[in-house]
Design a protein around this ligand. Sequence first.
Ligand code: NAP
Length: 280
Amino acid sequence: MGAQQWKNKVVVITGASSGIGAALARAFARRGALLTLAARREDALATVARECEALGGQVRIVPTDVTRKEDCQRLIDTTVSTWGRLDVLINNAGISMRALFVETDLEVLEKVMAVNFWGTVYCTRYAIPHLLEARGTVVGISSIAGFKGLPARAAYSASKFAMNGFLETLRIETRRTGMHVLICAPGFTASNIRNTALTADGTPQGETPLQEEKLMSPDEVAEHTIRGMEKRRRYVILTLQGKLTVWLNKCFPGLMDRLVFNHMMKEKDSPLEKMKRWWP
Ligand SMILES: NC(=O)c1ccc[n+]([C@@H]2O[C@H](COP(=O)([O-])OP(=O)(O)OC[C@H]3O[C@@H](n4cnc5c(N)ncnc54)[C@H](OP(=O)(O)O)[C@@H]3O)[C@@H](O)[C@H]2O)c1
């Protein structure tokens, strides 16, 4: 078992052009997997594919917008026609947002749900006959925000809670089939996600309010995720802060509301500052 178990396994990764998805691709390449990498930016995918090939992986790239059902179908069909089977689907493609709900355009909420939730549902729906056949694994890269609401991230939290509900149901529904469902919830991880996060009117934020260099690395997230797959865990919850948030919230939800609010209030240029207008 261990690294050897992934040799010649067919692994589809969405959002593989950057961050955690690219790190997962490299980690599976090192283990000799047959990879299909998906995202919208073909040039960035090609760069990751070259890195993976240098590490020993075989790679097919399929430019994909996960909000389009036909793209997701093509991704899965191309994988099966290229490699002959499908063992692992990692639903990692995601975007974030940062704005007060009271100011956010509805289109922003719809867009985040379309990528994070519907993208996961579409890819999983097309992949599941193959995954059941292979007794394979479905992974959802969720977030701590899928366990505790994050202020000024309403659409993001909602999309990750929805992912969790969907994947948990799938886990129970496929019980006894041999298929494995893993929900991986990274804590804050250094990546591009806060640059591309949508603001209230849908334009990208273009900067990060966090000190990215102090966050967990995408490579570390990838290694934890793969270990969780090997141990057939139901959840992988990452970072000390993330673990504490999930655990404390189960026991002390009111206290956690206060702590989360105070923490997010201290963020650089916190949108929450503007809520003071409504404070009595
Ligand atoms: N970074 C964190 O702090 C953190 C924490 C918890 C969870 N996560 C989750 O981790 C996952 C990966 O995020 P990351 O941090 O690695 O961010 P990232 O570097 O911004 O990567 C996001 C990936 O998603 C892809 N993507 C976005 N929209 C897409 C679409 N419509 N169709 C297909 N692919 C799309 C992007 O590729 P293209 O632009 O080329 O399409 C990119 O490859 C996300 O689901 C995120 O919610 C991140």
